[in-house]
Write a protein that binds this ligand. Structure first.
Ligand code: PLP
Length: 261
């Protein structure tokens, strides 16, 4: 059988819990060969982000070229992209290489409040990257920035996923982890016509560092194996549930999600 191969285009977390480290660990857990193109180095631990050092655009492009030349991915995800320069370069490469199964996690702000995307880059995300996306995985605050809506009720969520598909992606997963529901995390999954609610029990823990990265990486890994978006989302949801359940009490801030028990 052909080896499944996935790429993450994202930032590094020196603490190992989020960013490309979380993505590569997730790919490995799901038996997918992982590749990475680094967009920024962050100095970070479980307490937060202490510094951000973006990779020059040319460096990002060269990593993508090297991967295309020799190791084509069957699916890829984008995470922290930081600037409009990097976003435009990544979108252009995805388009010209005709890469498929594109998961865009529109990473904006870390749990501790540090900015992982410059304000000036939001327009580029909307106009360059979302049109080439297969599926986007915003949380509620990110969906609010992208749509301009205030998202509180289920009706607001419905309106938001519709508005997000108008920006170009074929599928939208609006993650419910940030809403006020104390019992359940309800994700809204929209394919442009039908809306599904994906429900899971809310697990009470402060150790959720890297949750978004891990979820979108699991989704990407399943797409790389040839699964449909519908099936990949189901598996990714189970994977992240288990990873929150088995999260690690390490460091003195928000510990990382972790898949093995
Ligand atoms: N650091 C990097 C490099 C990331 O890509 C991300 C998430 O997307 C984060 C930090 C955010 O981590 P947290 O789950 O703590 O918000």
């Amino acid at each position: 059988m052909k080896q499944a191969m996935a790429l993450t285009i994202a930032g590094s977390d020196s603490g190992g819990g989020a960013g490309i480290q979380a993505d590569l660990k997730t790919f490995q857990e799901l038996k997918v060969y992982g590749m990475s193109a680094l967009t920024a180095v962050t100095a970070q631990n479980t307490l937060g982000v202490q510094g951000v050092y973006p990779v020059p655009k040319e460096g990002v492009i060269q990593q993508l070229n090297a991967i295309e030349e020799d190791l084509r991915p069957q699916a890829l995800k984008t995470g922290m992209l930081f600037s409009s320069d990097i976003i435009e370069a990544v979108a252009e490469r995805i388009h010209s290489f005709q890469w498929k199964n594109i998961v865009v996690d529109p990473v904006m702000i870390a749990k501790g409040g540090a900015s992982l995307l410059l304000e000036e880059a939001i327009d580029a995300l909307k106009t360059h990257l979302l049109p080439v996306a297969t599926v986007i995985t915003p949380n509620i605050p990110e969906a609010e920035v992208l749509t301009g809506l205030n998202i509180i009720t289920a009706d607001d969520k419905r309106r938001a996923v519709e508005k997000l598909t108008e920006l170009g992606p074929k599928y939208v997963i609006l993650k419910g982890g940030h809403d006020e529901n104390p019992k359940e995390a309800i994700d809204f999954f929209y394919d442009g016509s039908e809306l599904k609610e994906l429900r899971s029990e809310r697990i009470p823990t402060k150790n959720t560092h890297g949750t978004g990265c891990t979820f979108s990486a699991a989704l990407t890994a399943e797409l790389a194996k040839g699964k449909s978006v519908e099936d990949a989302v189901e598996t990714a949801k189970l994977f992240i549930q288990a990873a929150i359940q088995n999260s690690l009490e390490i460091g003195s801030g928000h510990g990382p999600t972790n898949h093995w028990a």
